[in-house]
Design a protein around this ligand. Sequence first.
Ligand code: E4P
Ligand code: PEP
Length: 340
Amino acid sequence: MIIVMKKGATKEDVHSVEERIREWGYSAHTIYGAERTVVGAVGVPEADKARYMESLEAMPCVEKVIAILRPYKFASREYHPEGTVVDVNGIPVGGKQVVIMAGPCTVETYEQTWESAVACHAAGATILRGGAYKPSTSPYSFQGHGEEGLKILRDVADKLGMRVVTEVMDPRNVELVCRYADILQIGTRNMQNYDLLREVGRVRTPVLLKRGMWARIEEWMQAAEYILVGGNPNVILCERGIRTFETHTRNTLDLSAVPAVKELSHLPIIVDPSQGTGKRSLVEAMSKAAIAAGADGLLIEVHPHPDQALKDGAQSLTCEGFCNLMRNLRPVVEAVGRTL
Ligand code: E4P
Ligand code: PEP
């Protein structure tokens, strides 16, 4: 249930609504938007809704009360009609500017990370990606350098004035990864790891929530809801492809999810065409398509020597390939009225 405050409602008015909700034993979450303020009431049982709605609607400072029937409330567009812009330590995600997150799949060495980052930065990426904790299908494949990898990422990014996005897999590591990262990435395999979602909901570091490779959009939105209801409003979604019967590509990149999510939710959404295709040759075309579909940014894997990569070499662009992609992306970005 969301309560839309009248234009010009004061802080005291908002507090009076919040207090009424709390007196009934439910929790209230308020968003102060540029246009209007809305208060969300969480936990109200279906049977009591009509009664409470009537009572709130009678308050002179309330414009209207809307019952949200979806299983996610704070992630919904109804709750926050304007698009949310997540501030990544000075870099807005979800605004007019398309944000490019790029770098190696995996932090292998300092030199490899540096070489990739320098090329990505020179071509226009502002956020450095790289895995220090790697989710791997096989226990025998590389698992990442852990904290050593985080240190490399932070050092390289700081030298270039970039931000860092990196995956956290274990709820016990959230605090540690927060010390090094500007964005906590929740990978596809952990989209429904509820303990992890609850843990990243407790901090304020932005979270990049990847879509589970098996997940329906509604399940993905509910995963985002875990983080939002936990108290962290800084959620960025990432479409990275889903499993279908098609095996030509590693995953099927569901670009229809981008405009669909824009209708359903106020959260920014970016696209990962590297995981989405698994093939270097397809990354540029799908990057352009993602921006045309309305994505707020891209997450792209770049390796100075992809043939020697410890992980995901087949989908990693060379530094030169990334530079070409960025050049060719610009007209598409401008055609949809955005900036790069
Ligand atoms: C991402 O970088 C993952 O760690 C990687 O794609 C996993 O690949 P795997 O499933 O072959 O281990
Ligand atoms: C990644 O981007 O490093 C990654 C592991 O991706 P995904 O979770 O989408 O497979």
